[in-house]
Structures are given as structure tokens and as C-alpha cells.
Design a protein around this ligand. Structure first.
Ligand SMILES: C[S@@+](CC[C@H](N)C(=O)[O-])C[C@H]1O[C@@H](n2cnc3c(N)ncnc32)[C@H](O)[C@@H]1O
Ligand code: SF4
Length: 474
């Protein structure tokens, strides 16, 4: 049995600060899938087949931003009205075609996420067009429909068109309310503007307003972080995500770090190290829980039940997600798919598919959206097991009854090491992450997948497998 510190963390009097050295990656995952090539006819057939999924989503990607923020590497294309309008035209055409297919019509969609980039940078009329296109899909009653973006440029006109056309959840990147910190990170607005606008939007009778904050930005001292946390409460929003700054390659922050510099503010060169970020996470968790906010995942809290976070929670369960747009990712008939980011090639695929010659030679093209360049993966053989691990560890509670008893027993050494290192508590049927475990949960997920790769569980014959409660707490 191979057990390494990258799986278990290390023993420390302060596991929150020291169980691991640094957050390993934004998300955990494991291999097991390989790229597959799909013939155009097979792609057509896919859209004629009903879905086998019990829950599913649409993901629509809007790959434009007005400015590259210092911490982010999601920037793909600069915002430009003509460029966006061409993109939205092709995108909505494809959504209309897809919505009529047997695959789309075969079952309801629980949630829709329009993400980016900065979807709020599209025009008010385009928000309406997108809302109308989404409404052609069979959404379940009270489905969650999210528009992601930022407050800057999201004027009353866009807001009214969005709420009037089906959007009922808004996820705005705030990052930090502190004017100096946010402007040093490349953001436009000051704290007063953000607070006023969020207070206005949060008055809506039913829409859920949620915001993202990052802890660890240059210039963001512990004091400023406390003020950020208080500003969340003052803003009246219904939910918040607290993300630890990840040093993403290609960002301005990383370039500066490689040269031994910090992109601080005029007032401060401070940049929290991993231990300080751990404390920032803990103060965030205490802050919201002291105000009776409910924790929905390791990094997401809600003020009340209006906020549901359905997309984020289902996406971790490996559900079917039909992806649309350049750079969109999802899963169709169990195959992971990632559309290429290259906008030019994405448009080319549409132009070719809608050229008169193509239409005459192949009428069936209109029965499926265009197959755009990208990657398709074979179904992950352990998708449902991985979903149990990811969802459980991300929520902070892994229900051991969901595992086969042989798997729960196999993982006992790892679970015991996590417990010894202050990352988890074990009961008869449940593994509960401590505050430290929730902070390090992505490392733990990565560690668990590494453990299974190093110590594969030998398959048993079917009569040896049982589902039963497990007496593994020792
Ligand atoms: C894809 S971005 C879209 C947000 C939106 N365009 C905006 O400008 O606010 C989604 C979120 O990812 C988070 N994010 C981006 N870069 C990050 C990083 N390096 N570390 C942690 N979180 C990051 C930010 O909180 C951001 O709001
Ligand atoms: S934070 Fe938003 S606006 Fe800034 S680069 Fe990333 S996606 Fe674009």
C-alpha cells in the first residue's frame, strides 16, 4: 500500500496552515478517458438519440472581456460590439437548431449557466436573444438560469431584459470591494459603486444575486479582507464564493512573481502567503457562519434558500452538460467534450455548415448543431464513483453508504491518515471534513485519486460486492 504526503497531507499542530504546502490546482480530476474521433454522421446521430441522464444542464460560453485582470487567465478575446454580435448570431442559431433535436427535447434541463469571459458585456438586446434561445429548451419548473459577469457595464436595460427573459440568478465577480486592491488588479469600479449597485439588484423579489471574492490578491491585507467580508453582508447579496488566489500561469501576477515582484497597491505591497490565505479562509467561514449563512460547498455560502447553486453542485456530479460556444466544456452521452477556444475556427465551422453548397448536399445538417473543433473523450469508466468523491469532498461530507463496502475498506488507510492529520473526522457512515479539510479539499480530492492510481482496487466478482454501512472508524 503506497501512502504519500501528497495524498494524506502531513501531521502538524496547525493543519489549516500546514497540512499541505500549497493548493495543488483549481479542480481535481483523474484520467481514464482517451480522446475519441467522431464522424459527422455519428455526431448527427447523437442529437437524434434521447438523453439517458437523470439530471442535466446547458452551458453557454461567452469568451469576451474588456480588460485582462491581473489574476485571471480566462481572458480569450477583447470585447468589441461587432465581434460579439457576429458570435451571438451564430450562437443563437445553433441553440435554436439544438433545442429542436430529440436529444434536447427528451428530458428537462435543471440548470443553465451562461459563463465566460464576461457574458454581461453583451448588449441588452443580445441578452434578450440569448434568453429567448434558452427558453426553447425544455427547462424543468423553476430551473436555475445563471448569467455570469461583472457589474461594470451591466446597466438597468440589461438587467431588465435579463430578468424579463428567464435569467433568475446572477453571478458577479467582485474579487475585492477595496478600491485600491481591485483597481490594482485591473478592475474598473470603486467600492461605493459596487455596494450601491448590489444593494439595488438584491432588492429583486426573486432573482438570486451571488458574488465571487478572491483572498490573497496583492495589497489585500487581513484588515482589508475583514472589510471585504463585511461588505458582502452590507451589499445584501444572497450568496458568496470565496476563492483562494491560484497562481495561474500567464497572468500578470505570476509574471511579476517570477521576477520577484508584487503588483501591490500604492498603499501596500502585501501579498498573503499560503498560511495567511488559510487564515483568511477561516475568517471568511467564521464570518458567514456567525451570521447564520449556510455553507453549500467548501467555498460557497448562502444567506437564504433563494440561492441554490444548482449548476455548480450538479456539474461536480458529472451530469450531462450540453456545451455551446467557443471554449465551452460539457458532457454528451457520457463523453466529455471541450470546444476549442479559437474563435476564428469556431466561426469557420459555422460558415462552412451554412454555406449553400453544404445545405444542398446534406439536408440533415439542420438536424443537429454544428460540430465545432474541439476534443471529445471516451466515457470515464469511473464517472459515477468520481462524482461521489468530488461532490462529497467538495461539500465537506462524504456519505460512505454511497460507496461499495470493498471501496470504503480499501480507502480506510487514507481516511485514517486524514483523520490523524486533522483534515477529517470519521463516523460509522460518514467522513466529515474539518475546517482545515475544507480549505485543503482540492488537495484531498487529488490525493484520493492519486491513492487509487497507486493502489488500484482489484475488481471483485459481482457476488462479492455489497452495499452496506461500513464500520471503518477506528
Ligand atoms: C471566469 S471568471 C468570470 C468573472 C467575470 N468575468 C468577472 O470579471 O468578474 C470566474 C471567477 O473565477 C475566479 N478567478 C479567476 N482567476 C482566479 C485565480 N487566479 N484564482 C482564484 N480565482 C480566480 C474569479 O473570482 C472570477 O470571478
Ligand atoms: S476576471 Fe473576468 S473580466 Fe477579468 S480576465 Fe477573468 S474573465 Fe475576464
Amino acid at each position: 500500500m503506497i501512502l504519500t504526503p501528497s495524498m494524506t497531507g502531513i501531521a502538524s499542530p496547525d493543519p489549516l496552515q500546514h497540512a499541505f504546502k500549497v493548493k495543488s490546482a483549481p479542480h481535481a480530476g483523474r484520467g481514464g478517458s482517451r480522446p475519441v474521433f467522431l464522424e459527422p454522421q455519428q455526431w448527427q446521430q447523437w442529437w437524434q438519440q434521447p438523453s439517458q441522464a437523470s439530471e442535466r444542464a446547458l452551458y453557454i460560453h461567452i469568451p469576451f472581456c474588456r480588460k485582462r485582470c491581473s489574476f485571471c487567465n480566462f481572458f480569450e478575446n477583447g470585447t468589441n460590439p461587432e465581434r460579439i454580435s457576429r458570435y451571438i448570431k451564430n450562437l443563437t442559431e445553433q441553440l435554436h437548431i439544438a433545442a429542436d433535436t430529440p436529444l434536447a427535447q427528451s428530458r428537462g434541463f435543471n440548470t443553465v449557466y451562461v459563463g465566460g469571459g464576461t457574458p454581461t458585456d453583451i448588449s441588452s438586446d443580445e441578452v434578450k436573444q440569448l434568453g429567448e434561445a434558452i427558453s426553447r429548451f425544455p427547462l424543468v419548473e423553476n430551473a436555475e438560469v445563471t448569467l455570469e459577469g461583472r457589474l461594470n457595464g451591466f446597466d438597468d436595460d440589461k438587467w431588465h431584459n435579463a430578468t424579463a427573459n428567464g435569467f433568475n440568478r446572477f453571478s458577479f465577480g467582485v474579487q475585492s470591494f477595496d478600491t485600491q486592491v481591485r483597481q490594482a488588479a485591473g478592475r474598473f469600479d470603486d467600492k461605493d459603486f459596487l455596494l450601491n449597485r448590489l444593494q439595488q439588484l438584491s432588492q429583486h423579489p426573486s432573482a438570486s444575486i451571488v458574488i465571487d471574492l478572491i483572498f490573497g490578491l496583492p495589497g489585500q491585507t487581513l484588515d482589508i479582507w475583514q472589510q471585504d467580508l463585511q461588505a458582502v453582508i452590507d451589499s445584501g447579496v444572497h450568496g458568496v464564493d470565496l476563492y483562494q488566489l491560484i497562481g495561474l500561469s500567464g497572468t500578470r501576477i505570476e509574471h511579476a512573481r517570477e521576477k520577484g515582484k508584487i503588483l501591490g497597491t500604492a498603499l501596500s505591497e502585501f501579498q498573503a502567503d499560503s498560511q495567511t490565505r488559510a487564515n483568511m479562509y477561516a475568517s471568511g467561514a467564521h464570518h458567514f457562519e456567525a451570521q447564520n449563512w449556510q455553507r453549500l460547498s467548501s467555498c460557497h455560502w448562502r444567506r437564504d434558500s433563494r440561492e441554490r447553486s444548482i449548476y455548480n453542485s450538479l456539474a461536480k456530479s458529472g451530469i450531462e452538460i450540453l456545451p455551446f460556444g467557443a471554449g465551452a466544456g460539457g458532457s454528451i452521452h457520457g463523453h466529455g467534450c471541450m470546444n476549442a477556444r479559437d474563435l476564428k475556427k469556431w466561426h469557420q465551422a459555422h460558415d462552412e455548415a451554412s454555406s449553400p453548397n453544404e445545405r444542398i448536399t446534406d439536408d440533415s445538417k439542420a438536424n443537429a448543431p454544428v460540430q465545432v473543433p474541439g476534443m471529445l473523450m471516451s466515457p470515464n469508466p469511473s464517472a459515477s464513483l468520481d462524482a461521489i468523491f468530488k461532490r462529497g469532498l467538495d461539500s465537506g461530507q462524504l456519505d460512505l453508504n454511497l460507496l461499495q463496502s470493498s471501496m470504503a475498506l480499501h480507502l480506510t488507510p487514507l481516511f485514517n491518515a486524514w483523520r490523524a492529520n486533522g483534515l477529517a473526522e470519521l463516523t460509522q457512515n460518514q467522513l466529515n471534513l474539518t475546517l482545515a479539510g475544507r480549505f485543503w479539499n482540492v488537495n484531498m480530492q487529488t490525493g484520493l485519486f492519486e491513492f487509487l492510481a497507486e493502489n488500484p482496487l482489484q475488481p471483485k466478482t459481482s457476488h462479492q460486492q455489497t452495499h452496506s454501512p461500513h464500520a471503518i472508524a477506528s
